[in-house]
Ligand binder design. Structure first.
Ligand code: KG4
Ligand code: ZN
Length: 360
């Protein structure tokens, strides 16, 4: 095993939700490959991820995805120094497929195995600053410490402060729904396709973001969030709009709304949800004066989030490509590289276990 940064290649496997993904990264910063097979289409008809369908589709896709990732990187197994895998947080059945595959490969190919926290991994997408792959727009330089990280995805909404690699403290998180989850649920109310974040973003373009005043949730923790209240406010406002009471089924609302009403609700909800995370990011920036602010997770791809952050934060954010905001194996490989470089002990592939409720 080569142990100094500058020479190492790590293969990262990610299967925590509905994306089967594998990426190869050199030195923690050079993206060599990024292959993602999503089962999103299979879940779209249900308006959210169905765990059993996700797990089955990981089983079907994992080996072809890993093989494709090696081909894209121009690598064969002897070129790979270590394997990194997401072991939590995520759906149990989905995590198991990635972890068992990674453990089996670590044993059979004789590679050290690193267990990676998915949420931490999202931030490491921002350390990918070089690639020869076509179609990626990466940050121009490495993020600097202290680093303020905003993680906004379908399962997480967190503000985290890193003093250096691997040394961080959780400033706050959601008390209930994650922001992406709230987008997905509001999209369902409006009859917009899954995943909700992008479809609400598109619908919002033709809407008035001030047509409705949905309340921002008040939570006790200074940097904590809550999105279930605003989501319920959308439900109630929509029922009222069509002259029905709270007993009217949410599944029948969309057909009674006009396209312009849907657009106004989408724009107003998006504005308030994004403002909520930007308010607290700005507050944390002012308190901790980080040298870099980075964002990660599916909602980090949102143009509205990027617009509001640029308008309000007194620091430029070097955004990564939207393809690296949603779940991918490259971010896991990047964090694996930095763990290898920091001489973390590899995990035992015979005893590695999943942690579906892993926190930061
Ligand atoms: O990070 P991710 O791929 O999976 C989790 O770890 O949860 O995030 C998925 C979430 C979904 O809720 C989806 O609606 C949201 O990210 N999302 C977006 C965008 N793309 C995905 N939200 C806003 N704008 C986008 N472009
Ligand atoms: Zn994620």
């Amino acid at each position: 095993m080569r142990a100094t940064i500058g020479t190492m290649k790590v293969l990262g496997i990610e299967t925590s939700c509905d994306e089967t993904a594998c990426g190869i990264v050199e030195d923690g910063r050079t993206l060599l490959s990024n292959v993602v097979a999503s089962s999103m289409d299979l879940h779209a008809q249900y308006g959210g991820v169905v765990p059993e369908i996700a797990a089955r589709s990981h089983i079907e896709s994992i080996i072809p995805v890993i093989s494709e990732s090696l081909i894209q990187a121009g690598c064969t197994w002897p070129d790979i120094d270590a394997i990194a895998v997401t072991y939590g947080a995520g759906l149990g059945g989905s995590l198991l497929v990635g972890v068992m595959t990674a453990a089996t490969l670590a044993i059979s190919k004789n590679k050290p195995l690193y267990a990676v926290n998915h949420v931490e991994g999202h931030i490491y997408a921002n350390f990918l600053t070089e690639t020869k792959l076509a179609g990626y727009k990466l940050p121009v330089k490495q993020p600097e410490f202290p680093l303020l990280g905003l993680i906004v995805s379908g399962g997480h909404s967190q503000l985290v402060l890193w003093e250096s690699h691997h040394h961080y403290r959780l400033l706050g998180q959601t008390h209930d729904d994650a922001i992406g989850e709230a987008f997905d649920k509001v999209a369902k109310i409006l009859g917009l396709p899954y995943p909700g974040g992008p479809s609400i973003g598109q619908k919002a373009v033709s809407g008035n973001a001030h047509a409705f005043t949905f309340p921002k949730a008040k939570v006790p923790g200074k940097y904590d969030f809550s999105f279930s209240g605003p989501k319920t406010a959308v439900l109630r406002a929509t029922q009222q709009l069509i002259g029905e009471d709270h007993q009217f089924p949410s599944s029948m609302l969309a057909e009674r709304l006009s396209e312009s009403q849907k657009a106004d609700i989408a724009a107003s909800f998006q504005r308030i949800a994004i403002e909520t995370v930007v308010d607290k990011t700005l507050q944390a920036y002012q308190e901790f004066q980080p040298r870099s602010v980075v964002i990660g997770g599916g909602v980090a791809a949102s143009p509205e989030l990027r617009r509001q952050l640029a308008a309000r934060l007194p620091i430029d954010i070097d955004y990564t490509d939207p393809k690296l905001c949603t779940d991918n194996g490259a971010m896991i490989a990047s964090l694996g590289c930095w763990q290898l470089q920091a001489k973390f002990d590899p995990v035992d592939p015979y005893t590695i276990d999943i942690q579906p409720n892993l926190s930061m």
